[in-house]
Ligand binder design. Structure first.
Ligand code: ARG
Length: 585
């Protein structure tokens, strides 16, 4: 246990009930005490009902036995209700104790259960010379939040930006660029917000067209692929230039989104080139990769296609080329053997579910992915347009990410100005940026990952409802209260009784570590969003019911402590979602 860890009262109660169950009925040792938050008391345990059958007694009798065996500790009072529910309340003193303990350390009492875990998070991964699209927005936002949460919980996180930076399409593009020296696509030659990738994207389309219609150009392009793959210096230099220019454009998006990805995290497809041969040889020698009409494939032992035949993973194409499948066989092998990772997360859209299932299966058969190493495809759904249909511009083109972000920031600026017309221009710029970007991130993170969602900017920047702006505002409001109080160092008097609203708030604050543990297990950041939203609402109820600034001491200090811990938890939680919490809004 790390120094600053505060054991949640919820966990302590569950522990006490589990021990009482064992004392009352030794044969039930190890059973789940089923302790939940409750409306009737602080917590409720359904254990007696769940276990009575196994113990062959009446639930009410088992409940009475458990109560008799409870020995105080975290549990203040307990009552049996209905057919055998245990209604449990914790003492006010214990609640104040945990508020004080959480306030006293920088980690808000959260431990580091992931310490020792080496975790790879593969996310963002846009394709070179192609515009980043809304799909990449999701992997970037979700992946970044997971990096933050898991890292905070103590994991050693390896961010891997698996850029699509290799492949036969670059032969075509490089050949085309050479034959069209007039084409402008470098960052500094472009104007009007056009990025190098969007220029390259257009040039690539032109190259493709020429490839399909001009036989001679197609031949020259194929020869160019060979030059690229055999490391011809001029071709390689051209390719590097394309990669660098594209990365510049991606970086603009990353900076704007305020994500943790750095240039060192770019470990694209090309990085694995030198490893492909060894990877393949290992699979062939083990009899896992087999010939199929001249191609080399791994046939799944778990998944069959519509024709009832095993689904293949393409290890080497008939023309000798390597593709997406081959590279991902190399990523998993490298991450396990070289990075020594024991948790591998691949954050991509749910349409790639089969791909990763096959990769994980092959890695298991190859003996790379062994027990104790966890590989997960962190899948997510599609971003739809505000009308719920596929997201396209009015002209039917792909929506530029920068435009989306600009739009969100502009609308955030409008709602913030309306709420707080007195902000000076520089402050307003900053807050609008934080609110607009936060709104986009929160909208993405606050729904269950696999669901599709409609990109509705007006809803995202609303001050009401489950939005990032609402939470940022809730935080700013508490900060304003605390500023008015002079941001004091408060001492809590644990003998002060808690009113129901204060007690509900303290109990919610007690759930922070469990919420983060839940995000860690499920890889669902929306659990954290939901928690922060509940916390903000519990605070509102508390603040409506209880005076803070004009309360008498020592009650005032105790209530200020609740305000402080709520503000710090909101800010910290938003931070783990990658969202900034401004001081004022
Ligand atoms: N570049 C791919 C795309 O745009 C995503 C790569 C995800 N990572 C991986 N290891 N396959 O769809």
């Amino acid at each position: 246990m790390s120094n600053h860890e505060v054991l949640p009262l919820h966990g302590q109660v569950a522990q006490a009930v589990a021990e009482a169950i064992e004392r009352a009925r030794p044969e039930l040792a190890g059973a789940d005490p089923v302790v939940r938050r409750s409306e009737r008391a602080d917590f409720q345990s359904n254990a007696a009902l769940a276990l009575a059958k196994r113990a062959r007694i009446k639930p009410a009798d088992l409940a009475a036995g458990i109560v008799a065996a409870l020995d105080g500790g975290a549990v203040g009072s307990v009552e049996v209700s209905g057919p055998g529910f245990l209604n449990i309340s914790v003492p006010d003193r214990a609640l104040w104790g945990q508020v004080a303990a959480r306030l006293s350390g920088p980690r808000l009492g959260v431990g580091a259960p992931e310490e020792g875990r080496r975790t790879v998070v593969d996310y963002s991964a846009p394709n070179i010379a192609k515009e980043m699209h809304v799909g990449h927005l999701r992997t970037t936002i979700i992946g970044d939040s997971l990096v933050r949460v898991l890292g905070f919980l103590g994991a050693e996180v390896f961010r891997q930006n698996h850029l699509g930076d290799w492949g036969t399409q670059f032969g075509m593009l490089i050949q085309f660029l050479d034959e069209h020296p007039e084409a402008t696509w470098h960052h500094d030659e472009l104007s009007g917000g056009t990025s190098a990738v969007s220029a390259l994207d257009e040039l690539y389309k032109a190259a493709r067209k020429k490839f399909d219609t001009d036989e001679a150009f197609a031949d020259r392009s194929r020869a160019r692929v060979v030059s690229l793959q055999s490391g011809d210096p001029a071709t390689l230099a051209r390719w590097k230039e394309i990669v660098a220019e594209s990365e510049k454009a991606f970086r603009d998006i990353y900076d704007r989104l305020d994500v943790l990805l750095t240039p060192e995290d770019s470990v694209g497809e090309s990085f694995y080139n030198p490893m492909l041969l060894d990877t393949i040889t290992e699979l062939v020698d083990a009899g896992i990769a087999v010939d199929s009409e001249g191609a080399l494939v791994v046939l799944s032992q778990e998944v069959t296609g519509p024709d009832d035949k095993p689904v293949p993973l393409m290890v080497r194409k008939r023309d000798g080329g390597y593709g997406y499948d081959t590279t991902d066989l190399a990523t998993i092998r490298y991450r396990i053997h070289d990075l020594k990772a024991n948790r591998l997360l691949y954050v991509t859209d749910s349409r790639q579910a089969l791909h990763f299932r096959l990769i994980f299966e092959a890695a298991r058969r190859a003996g790379w992915l062994t027990d104790g190493i966890d590989a997960t495809h962190v899948a997510y759904g599609t971003v739809l347009g505000p009308d719920g249909r596929p997201f396209k511009t009015r002209a039917g083109g792909t929506v530029r990410l920068m435009d989306l972000l600009d739009d969100a920031v502009a609308r955030a600026r409008a709602v913030v100005t309306e709420k707080n017309p007195d902000l000076d221009a520089a402050k307003l710029d900053q807050i609008a940026e934080q609110a607009g970007i936060g709104a986009v991130k929160y909208a993405d993170l606050s729904i269950s990952r696999v669901k599709d969602y409609a990109f509705d900017v007006d809803r995202m920047v609303s001050f009401t409802g489950n939005t990032g702006v609402y939470l940022q505002y809730a935080h700013a409001r508490i900060r304003s209260i605390l500023r008015k109080a002079g941001d004091p160092e408060v001492t809590i008097d644990p003998t002060i009784p808690l009113e129901p609203a204060g007690r509900a708030l303290a109990l919610e604050l007690d759930e922070y570590s469990a919420t983060l543990a839940d995000v860690n297990d499920t890889l669902e950041p929306h659990r954290l969003c939901g928690y922060l939203y509940d916390l903000a609402r519990d605070f509102t109820t508390f603040y409506e019911a209880c005076h803070v600034l004009n309360a008498e001491e020592p009650v005032r200090s105790n209530r200020l402590a609740l305000c402080q811990l709520t503000a710090r938890t909101l800010k910290h939680g938003l931070g783990l979602l990658g969202i900034t919490a401004p001081e004022r809004m």
